[in-house]
Structure formats: structure tokens, C-alpha cells
Design a protein around this ligand. Structure first.
Ligand SMILES: Cc1cc2nc3c(=O)[nH]c(=O)nc-3n(C[C@H](O)[C@H](O)[C@H](O)COP(=O)(O)OP(=O)(O)OC[C@H]3O[C@@H](n4cnc5c(N)ncnc54)[C@H](O)[C@@H]3O)c2cc1C
Length: 473
């Protein structure tokens, strides 16, 4: 017999595993993590293919949240490589520094572009003094900070590729994804007169020696060492409810129905799914709000190349529309031991909508587009390509439209009526975040629950906390 409370965590990505780990560490809970796939790690997992250890797109471990990297170091210690960050933008056939520097733009893209961009910054700096209203969209937010010419050259096409029309994106998308100071400080940084800070640019980051998947692996090991359990092939199918309380979680484990009694549930599975599990079709207003949250699908194309290394950067962004991908990443730049000598793999990632011809199309069509883009940009030669792999993930990128905050308000107000439910993670919280933020959420939930606070209060405080998260490139 134990006097510990039962917590079931739904999903074993970093969101679920971090919650499970920090909850188990309090010593107050019996933690069970249920994962529908046969492997843990979610989008932060690594997998083996054709002699390589591969990640699901470029993943680095970095954080500006106090204490998070300390936790990572405590858990992973010797497993971590410390890498200086090397990433750039590919523009007009050239590699350009990112964050942008006007001096670098002048030398790479020429004095005319330098003057255009500099003039745009100047105009915004001067007119900014008269703009009292907060920016109403992604477009306005970026133009006010960087000026229209830079917006049109870099941010507009990149945002359009990743999320679709930036004029219809909430400014929160820009605040989270493009950490930037304001006014004069931006100008000083652009002129190279002030250095970027750790808040706006990661000069170094951690990478687990054996692949990014070692990070969720370390959290899972921690859970098990603390007496918790992780059950894979466990697809959560329904809840047993008593009034608004969740009394038990029902899951198909290896195809057999199993019941897990709970005191609390922490969910990292998609927010629309948790909504359906709790309320079914009972509340049309809630359903309309949760179904109205927008997502983009993710396509990852891995191109195997007969060369030791193909890039000089770990990853490169491609704002322009002449290529289909928005970023390429070379796994062996993280650790050359993750693949054989004399061969490399370039991973291209991009997002689409359901009706996009490439989402609907065959893997061969995706590979052709990506290889054409890599060849036309001069990174590889067609005869060097020796293989490919295409992976697709439906609804993996939260897209904050202009009305998303209202929809989220309806969704979280309703879900908070369940007194023993908390959500966490990227799709679980519908929050555009990285794995360090997932770790922070898990730690926050565990600390506050163990201190005796009620989930609806914790949820409210967590929403305020995540509103400040920033993704730092
Ligand atoms: C291209 C790309 C690059 C990125 N780069 C970085 C980076 O550099 N650094 C960084 O830290 N982060 C990065 N991220 C973000 C990072 O991947 C996410 O923040 C993180 O993976 C989110 O973890 P999660 O646990 O919330 O979600 P997920 O990883 O999606 O995990 C959710 C889990 O729930 C499971 N699940 C779903 N439904 C059920 C069900 N019914 N029953 C049981 N289980 C279920 C899923 O199988 C999955 O394992 C990147 C993301 C992308 C797409």
C-alpha cells in the first residue's frame, strides 16, 4: 500500500515525460505515462535509418528560462556536447548572417540592399514614436521592429511558408518566434554596435551525443528510477467521469482495453483530442472553439548524399519561394558520429495545409522538389543523391490566427472546470514552444501540485507563464 496519489500522464513526448519526471521527483505521486506509439520521445525522438541516427528536423537544447539548463545538465551531464551555433539564411543565392547585420548584408547583398533596408529601419524608428496602439498582426509587429523592406525580404516570405499569410497571423506568433528588442537597440545591433544577448541569439547550445532522442530518453530513465512507469503502445481512448472529475483513464494497451484509476491527469496529447475525451459533443460552443484552433502539417524530407559533409552550418533558413522547404539541417553537423564517413544526410522541413499538392502528393514528388531545391541552391549535385526518406506529421504546428486568443480563452475556461486535469506541451497546451519550455511547464506543474494548489489555479498561472515564452534561434 502507498499513500501516494495516482497521476496518469498522457503522451511520452518531452512535454509528458518532463511532467512525469518532475512529478515523480516530488515523491508524492505514483506516475504512469501512457504513450500510443511503440517508442517514446514524440517529436524530440531520434531514430535509426540507413546507418544514420536521425532527428525529426533540426533540434538544439537551449533555454533562457532560469534553471532549465541546470536541470538538463543534472540529468544528462557527460551525454551533452556543447556546440557553437552556426546557422544562416539563404537569400538571393547567398548565405547571410542571422540575426541580421547590416554590415554583412552590405557585403553579401550589395550597397543598394543595405541602403533600402537601412532606410526602412530608419523610417520605422522615427514613426514608431507616434504609434501608441500595440501591433495588430504578425505583419505589423515585424514591420515596426525591422522596417518594411526587411519584412518583405526575409520575414514575410518565411512566415508565409511556415504559417501562411502573415497579415492574418496574431502578433503573438512574431513575439514568440522572432525575439527582438525594440527601436534604437535593434539599430545598434544591426550596425554591429551592440551584441545580441542570450535572450535573442543562442551563441552555443547543447546537443545529446547520441541524438536528440537521448533527451526524452534521460527523462524516461529518470521517471523509472524514481519508481514511475512508462507504457508504450497505449492509446488513450476515453475517460471515466464522475461529475466533472476524471476518475479513470481508459486505454488500449497492445490492443487490449485497460483502466487506470487516477487522482490527477496531466495531458500532453493534442488539445482538440483531450477536449473530445472530456466533453464529447456536449458543448457546441467549446467544440467550435477547439475545432477552430488552426494547425499546419509538417513534412520532413531526408536526402542521403554521397559526401562526407554538405553544409558549413548546422541549419539554414530559406525564406524565398523558389524552393519548397523553409529550412535544411545536416545531422552530422551535430555529431559526425551519427552517420558513416563519406556519406551525409540533409533534412529539409516545411509545413503545409491539408489541400497542398505536396501533402496530397507522393513521396517521390516531395523528394524531387527538395532535391531540385538543394541542387539549384548549389548545395549538392544530382548524382550525389543515393537515397531519401519522407515523413509526414499531421497538425504539428500551432498556427495563431487573429482570433486564436479568444478561442483559447473559451477552450481553457471550459477545460478548467475539470478539477483534476492539467495540460502541458506543444500541442497539448496549444502553445508554440520548444522542448525547454515543455521542461519548464512540467517542473511548474509538479512544484505547484505538490505544494497543494488546485489544477485550475495552476493552469491559470501556467497560461500566464507560457505567454512569456520565446523561441531563440
Ligand atoms: C522542425 C522542428 C524543429 C524543432 N526544433 C526544436 C529545437 O531546436 N529545440 C527544441 O527544444 N525544440 C524544438 N522543436 C519543438 C519540439 O519538438 C517540441 O516542443 C516538443 O517535441 C513538444 O513535445 P510534446 O511532448 O509537447 O509533443 P510531442 O512530441 O508531439 O508528444 C506528444 C506525444 O503524445 C502522444 N499521443 C498523442 N495522442 C495520444 C493518445 N491518444 N494516447 C497516448 N499518447 C498519445 C504522441 O504519440 C506523442 O508521443 C522543434 C519542432 C519542430 C517541428
Amino acid at each position: 500500500m502507498t499513500d501516494k496519489q495516482n497521476i496518469v500522464v498522457l503522451g511520452a513526448g518531452v512535454g509528458g515525460l518532463a511532467a512525469g519526471y518532475f512529478l515523480a521527483r516530488t515523491g508524492k505521486y505514483e506516475v504512469t505515462v501512457l504513450e500510443k506509439e511503440s517508442v517514446i520521445g514524440g517529436l524530440c525522438a531520434s531514430f535509426e535509418h540507413d546507418g544514420f541516427t536521425l532527428d525529426y528536423g533540426a533540434h538544439k537544447l537551449y533555454s533562457v528560462i532560469p534553471g532549465v539548463l541546470d536541470e538538463v545538465r543534472d540529468l544528462m551531464g557527460e551525454q551533452l556536447l556543447t556546440l557553437p551555433k552556426k546557422n544562416r539564411l539563404f537569400l538571393r543565392g547567398h548565405l547571410v548572417d542571422y540575426p541580421l547585420k547590416l554590415g554583412n548584408i552590405a557585403s553579401v547583398l550589395g550597397p543598394l540592399t543595405f541602403l533600402q533596408l537601412g532606410f526602412g529601419y530608419g523610417i520605422e524608428l522615427l514613426t514608431g514614436f507616434f504609434k501608441r496602439q500595440p501591433a495588430g498582426s504578425y505583419e505589423e509587429y515585424i514591420i515596426r521592429r525591422f522596417g518594411r523592406p526587411t519584412y518583405e525580404l526575409v520575414f514575410e516570405p518565411l512566415a508565409d511558408k511556415v504559417w501562411g499569410d502573415p497579415a492574418t497571423l496574431h502578433p503573438e506568433m512574431a513575439r514568440t518566434r522572432v525575439p527582438a528588442s525594440g527601436g534604437l537597440e535593434i539599430i545598434l545591433k544591426l550596425l554591429g554596435l551592440k551584441k545580441e544577448t542570450a535572450e535573442t541569439n543562442a551563441e552555443f547550445f547543447y546537443y545529446p551525443r547520441g541524438g536528440f532522442g537521448d533527451w526524452p530518453g534521460a527523462l524516461a530513465k529518470g521517471i523509472e528510477e524514481l519508481g514511475g512507469r512508462i507504457i508504450t503502445n497505449a492509446n488513450v481512448t476515453s475517460f471515466q467521469m464522475s461529475d466533472n472529475d476524471i476518475r479513470a483513464v481508459e486505454a488500449e494497451v497492445d490492443g487490449k482495453a485497460q483502466t487506470f484509476p487516477v487522482d490527477h491527469v496531466v495531458s500532453s496529447i493534442p488539445l482538440p483530442l483531450i477536449g473530445r475525451l472530456v466533453f464529447g459533443d456536449a458543448d457546441p460552443e467549446f467544440n467550435q472553439a477547439v475545432e477552430g484552433l488552426q494547425f499546419r502539417h509538417l513534412i520532413l524530407a531526408y536526402i542521403f548524399v554521397e559526401r562526407d559533409l554538405a553544409l558549413e552550418d548546422q541549419w539554414i533558413f530559406f525564406p524565398e519561394k523558389n524552393v519548397v522547404f523553409s529550412r535544411i539541417f545536416e545531422q552530422k553537423q551535430m555529431n559526425p558520429e551519427l552517420g558513416p564517413a563519406n556519406r551525409t544526410v540533409i533534412n529539409a522541413d516545411f509545413t503545409t495545409t491539408e489541400d497542398n499538392p505536396l501533402w496530397q502528393g507522393s513521396d517521390e514528388e516531395v523528394v524531387k522538389e527538395v532535391v531540385d531545391g538543394l541542387v539549384s541552391s548549389g548545395f549538392i549535385k544530382p548524382e550525389e543523391v543515393s537515397g531519401s526518406l519522407v515523413l509526414r506529421r499531421r497538425n504539428f504546428y500551432p498556427r495563431y490566427d487573429l482570433d486564436y486568443a479568444n478561442k483559447m480563452q473559451t477552450v481553457s475556461d471550459k477545460l478548467r472546470t475539470v478539477p483534476n486535469l492539467l495540460t502541458t506541451g506543444r500541442i497539448g497546451m496549444y502553445n508554440y514552444n520548444n522542448s525547454d519550455h515543455c521542461a519548464d511547464m512540467g517542473r511548474f506543474i509538479a512544484d505547484h501540485l505538490a505544494a497543494g494548489e488546485h489544477p485550475p489555479e495552476i493552469w491559470k498561472a501556467l497560461e500566464q507563464r507560457v505567454a512569456d515564452y520565446k523561441i531563440v534561434d
